[in-house]
Write a protein that binds this ligand. Structure first.
Ligand SMILES: [Zn+2]
Length: 405
């Protein structure tokens, strides 16, 4: 169930995910944590929801018990730093065959599925404008907090700095907080060409400088190669995918505090002949090569101390709502549970510049949180984790996130 901006909600003797052997009394008032204190030994476990419980319930779900629960865990809401909430099909041409009302209903469903799996904040890496976000949040009742780049700058935009200046003005006019640079190819590019820069170094630097001068942050899609070096030198906020980054580049990413959002699980899914994307063999082979490199890149980044951000790159109805699968892949590639969860909570909040009010169970923070009926740090995999969600709490309502009617 979703518990949207609770006015008054108290948990007694609840455990905080990742903190062993302690229980906490936690109070939420008007969507913020107002008190987080270690419980007295022997305290009774309970949760007290002072808001009207029936208004908060899904019609098809029974009321949650409010007392004497066997054990509850709370974690911060998950932050997914790389989604595509507006995309409905792996191939954009397929989306164009759908009616606009069908596309909108699918986008609304993507917001709902993402929020219900515990993702309370997303950074959309291309394909949705702030206006559409507000419309979907208001009209579909899912107070998912979404930052966006609105569009992506790619090969069609590599027409010189004058042209880029116009494109950037269009993107800023949408109200986007980010600019996304497609700096290399991706699954659509053959292996021997995938690291070739899409923009000239001059164009690349121009975009970053222009964005920063306008208080807009920059995320860079790069599979590796020289555009990772450009990203570090230009001071972008984050590089995405990066499966072919070198140990030396990882060292410089760490030094420059540039974030690395690996989006690792999507390449395993894309490589899987039995996977939900069911891609043609040539694309699967490229994805398999990327996935194989990814575990090495993540290893380099981890040992260098790069700021790691959790992102899924999920972009179809078959994947929205399964975002927690990314945690499984990060663990398989060598992160500890604490590191993987940090990348999806406090670490991700810092990458968004929201380290002061998002991503932690702490007094004064927005009460974006997930309540679990089993220890999320012990879950065997993402399916078990998903099953153990009791409720998702959002610190803000639809109206707060999207404005009036
Ligand atoms: Zn993407």
């Amino acid at each position: 169930m979703l518990n949207k901006r609770p006015e008054a909600l108290d948990y007694r003797a609840i455990r905080i995910a990742g903190i062993e052997g302690k229980r906490y009394d936690i109070s939420i008032r008007d969507g913020r944590f107002t008190s987080v204190k270690e419980s007295e030994p022997g305290a009774q476990i309970e949760s007290l929801d002072h808001t009207e419980p029936f208004a908060q319930q899904e019609p098809d779900r029974p009321a949650e018990p409010t007392q004497s629960e066997p054990g509850l865990w709370i974690s911060p809401g998950i932050i997914d730093l790389h989604t595509h909430l507006a995309w409905t099909d792996f191939d954009h041409a397929d989306q164009l065959k759908r009616t606009s009302s069908e596309v909108e209903a699918m986008q609304g469903a993507a917001f709902g599925a993402t929020l219900r799996t515990g993702v309370t904040t997303a950074r959309d890496a291309g394909g949705i404008t702030p206006q559409t976000i507000r419309h979907l949040v208001r009209n579909y009742g899912n107070p998912l907090r979404v930052e966006t780049s609105s569009e992506m700058l790619g090969s069609a935009d590599a027409l010189g700095t004058k042209f880029l200046e116009g494109r950037l003005a269009e993107i800023y006019a949408t109200g986007a907080g980010w600019v996304k640079i497609m700096a290399t190819g991706g699954l659509g590019a053959p292996a021997e060409k995938v690291l070739e820069p899409v923009f000239s170094e001059e164009e690349f630097n121009f975009i970053v400088r222009h964005a920063h001068a306008n208080q807009i942050k920059v995320l860079v899609h790069t599979w590796g190669g020289v555009t990772v070096d450009w990203s570090i030198r230009a001071g972008v906020e984050s590089v995405e995918h990066g499966m072919f980054l070198t140990a030396d580049q990882a060292g410089r990413l760490a030094e420059s505090r540039t974030a690395y959002v690996s989006t690792a699980s999507i390449y395993r899914i894309a490589a899987d002949p039995a996977g939900v994307l069911a891609l043609p063999p040539v694309i699967r082979d490229r994805a398999a090569r990327a996935a194989e490199a990814h575990s090495r890149a993540i290893g380099y980044a981890r040992s260098a101390g790069v700021r790691l951000g959790f992102g899924t790159d999920y972009a179809t109805p078959l994947l929205h709502g399964y975002n927690l699968q990314e945690l499984d892949t990060l663990l398989d590639y060598g992160l500890t549970r604490a590191e993987a969860w940090q990348s999806a909570t406090s670490g991700a909040a810092e990458i968004l510049g929201r380290g002061h009010d998002l991503g932690r169970i702490a007094e004064g923070y927005l009460a974006d949180a997930v309540i679990w009926n089993a220890d999320p740090f012990q879950a065997r995999d993402a399916d078990v984790l998903r099953e153990s969600i009791v409720s998702v709490i959002t610190g803000q309502s639809e109206a707060e996130l999207a404005g009036g009617k």
